[in-house]
Design a protein around this ligand. Structure first.
Ligand SMILES: Nc1ncnc2c1ncn2[C@@H]1O[C@H](COP(=O)(O)OP(=O)(O)O)[C@@H](O)[C@H]1O
Ligand SMILES: [Mg+2]
Length: 426
C-alpha cells in the first residue's frame, strides 16, 4: 500500500508504457485538424522566445493560435510585454495578445480546483494526519505532474472543440518535459494495472484500517476523481504521437553541453514515439562580427553547428543569429520568426520520418526504432505477454505488440546506424 501514500507514485514510477495501445487508437477515430508543436530544450536556450516567434508567424498567416507555457518560471507574458494584471485576471485561461494570438500560462491552483479537487483533498488529509501543518500539507499534496496533466486536459479539450488551429507548447527544460510526455501512458498503465487492485484493497481494508491506524484510506470520491480525470485525458496520447498533428522542435545553442542535452532529448522523444521535425540552432554569432574577442567563439560555434547537422540529419537544422539585444516585444519576436522560418510556413512538418515501425522481412517480424546516440550495451529488452519493454538507462518504453508477434519467443536486438532493430523469432 506504500504507493497510496507516496505522492511520487502516480507519475514517476511507471513512466513509459506504450502510447499507441490499441484502446487508445480505437478511442481516437475522429480526424483532428489541429496542429501541435512542442518547443523543448535545455533551460535558457530560447524555447520561450522561439515558441512566441512561431506563434506570431502562425497567427499572421490567419491561424487561430495559442501558445501555452509549462515552464514554472513563466515568461510568456513578460516577453509579450503583457501587463501582469491582465495575465492574473486570465487565471490560467488563454489571454489574447494580438490578432489570432493567445497565450496561456497554466495556473496550478486553478487546475487543482477544476480537476484535482478530491484527489488533492485526500492527499492533504493524509499528509495532515502524519503531523504536517495544514497549509504545508496542502502545498505538498500538489503532485509532480498535476500541471502537466492540466495542460494535457486543455489540449484535449481544444482538439475536441476545435477551439484553436494551432497549439504551441513552450516546454519546461528537458528533464521535466520528458516527464510530461509520459503522463498519459503512465496514467493508462496505472488505471489498467494498479487502480483496480487498489480500489479493491481499499474497499476491504477500510473497516480494518479504521480500527488500527490513524491513516485514512482513500474513499470513493478519490477513485471517482481519478476515473474522471482519465476519461478526460483519453485520446490525448494519440494526438501527441500522430506526426500529422504533433511535432517537436528542439531548441539548442552551438555549445558542447547544450548539444549533449539536445541529443539526449532527441532520443527520448523518439522513444516516446514523437516526431521531431526541426532543430532550431539559436544564438549563432553572425559572420559580420569581426571582433578578435569573439573569434574563437565564432570558430567553435561553426564546428558545433556542423556537428549538429551531422548528428540530427535527416532532421533539418535552422540556424538563428544572436540578436543585438534581448528578444522582447512583438516586433523583435516577429524578426526572430523571420530568421527562423524565412518564407516557409511555420506549421509545415519539416521532417516526416517515423520513429519506429514494424515490418515483416523474409517471413520474420522486425521492429525498427529510430534511436540515435545509443550503444547496444545501454539497451535492455523484456517481453511480458504482448508488451515489449525497451529500457535505455533510466527510461523505459513499452510497445504493444500485435498478437502474432507477441507469440514469438526469441528476441534479438541489433544496431544499424541510427536504428535499433528488434528481431522476433520462434
Ligand atoms: N537569438 C537570440 N538573440 C539574443 N537573445 C536571445 C535570443 N534568443 C533568446 N534570447 C534571450 O535569451 C534569454 C533566454 O531566452 P528564453 O526564450 O527565455 O529561453 P528559455 O525559454 O529556453 O529558457 C532571454 O533573455 C531572451 O531574450
Ligand atoms: Mg522559457
Amino acid at each position: 500500500m506504500k504507493h497510496l501514500i507516496d505522492p511520487h507514485f502516480f507519475f514517476k514510477k511507471f513512466d513509459g508504457c506504450d502510447i499507441l495501445t490499441r484502446s487508445a487508437m480505437l478511442a481516437y477515430q475522429k480526424e483532428y485538424s489541429m496542429r501541435i508543436i512542442f518547443f523543448a530544450g535545455k533551460g535558457g536556450v530560447g524555447k520561450t522566445s522561439v515558441a512566441a516567434a512561431t506563434g506570431i508567424k502562425a497567427a499572421e498567416r490567419g491561424n487561430k493560435t495559442v501558445i501555452m507555457s509549462l515552464d514554472v518560471a513563466h515568461s510568456l507574458s513578460d516577453i509579450f510585454d503583457m501587463e501582469k494584471t491582465l495575465i492574473n485576471q486570465s487565471k490560467g485561461q488563454p489571454a489574447q495578445v494580438g490578432e489570432n494570438l493567445w497565450i496561456q500560462e497554466i495556473d496550478i491552483q486553478e487546475e487543482i480546483e477544476k480537476n484535482w479537487g478530491d484527489i488533492h483533498k485526500y492527499l492533504s488529509t493524509l499528509l495532515n494526519t502524519t503531523g504536517l501543518d495544514e497549509i504545508l500539507a496542502e502545498e505538498l499534496a500538489i503532485l509532480p505532474g498535476m500541471e502537466e496533466v492540466g495542460l494535457l486536459l486543455h489540449i484535449n479539450q481544444y482538439a475536441k472543440d476545435n477551439s484553436f488551429d494551432v497549439v504551441l507548447l513552450d516546454c519546461a527544460p528537458t528533464g521535466e518535459s520528458l516527464r510530461f510526455i509520459s503522463v498519459p501512458t503512465t496514467l493508462e498503465w496505472y488505471i489498467n494495472k494498479i487502480f483496480k487492485i487498489e480500489k479493491t484493497i481499499a474497499k476491504y481494508a477500510r473497516p480494518m484500517a479504521k480500527r488500527f491506524y490513524d491513516v485514512p484510506l482513500p474513499g470513493e470520491d478519490y477513485f471517482k476523481a481519478i476515473e474522471r480525470l482519465f476519461e478526460k485525458l483519453k485520446g490525448v496520447d494519440a494526438l501527441l504521437t500522430d506526426p500529422k498533428i504533433t511535432t517537436v522542435r528542439l531548441v539548442a545553442n552551438p555549445e558542447k553541453i547544450v548539444l549533449k542535452e539536445t541529443q539526449r532529448a532527441f532520443m527520448y522523444f523518439c522513444l516516446y514515439n514523437m516526431s521531431i521535425d526541426a532543430i532550431i540552432m539559436n544564438r549563432v554569432l553572425p559572420d559580420e562580427i569581426n571582433e578578435p574577442y569573439f573569434q574563437n567563439r565564432q570558430e567553435s560555434q561553426k564546428r558545433y553547428v556542423q556537428e549538429a547537422e551531422a548528428y540530427f540529419q535527416p532532421v533539418p537544422l535552422f540556424p538563428v543569429n544572436l540578436f543585438k539585444d534581448e528578444v522582447l516585444g512583438y516586433n523583435t519576436l516577429k524578426a526572430l520568426g523571420d530568421q527562423i522560418y524565412g518564407a516557409r510556413d511555420p506549421l509545415d512538418r519539416f521532417f516526416k520520418g517515423k520513429p519506429y515501425e514494424l515490418t515483416k522481412i523474409d517471413g520474420k517480424y522486425q521492429l525498427k526504432m529510430k534511436l540515435p546516440f545509443i550503444e547496444k550495451k545501454d539497451v535492455a529488452l523484456h517481453k511480458i505477454a504482448d508488451e515489449l519493454i525497451v529500457r535505455i538507462g533510466g527510461f523505459k518504453r513499452s510497445v504493444m505488440l500485435p498478437r502474432q508477434v507477441a507469440a514469438l519467443d526469441s528476441l534479438k536486438a541489433t544496431l544499424e546506424g541510427q536504428y535499433l532493430l528488434i528481431h522476433f523469432d520462434v
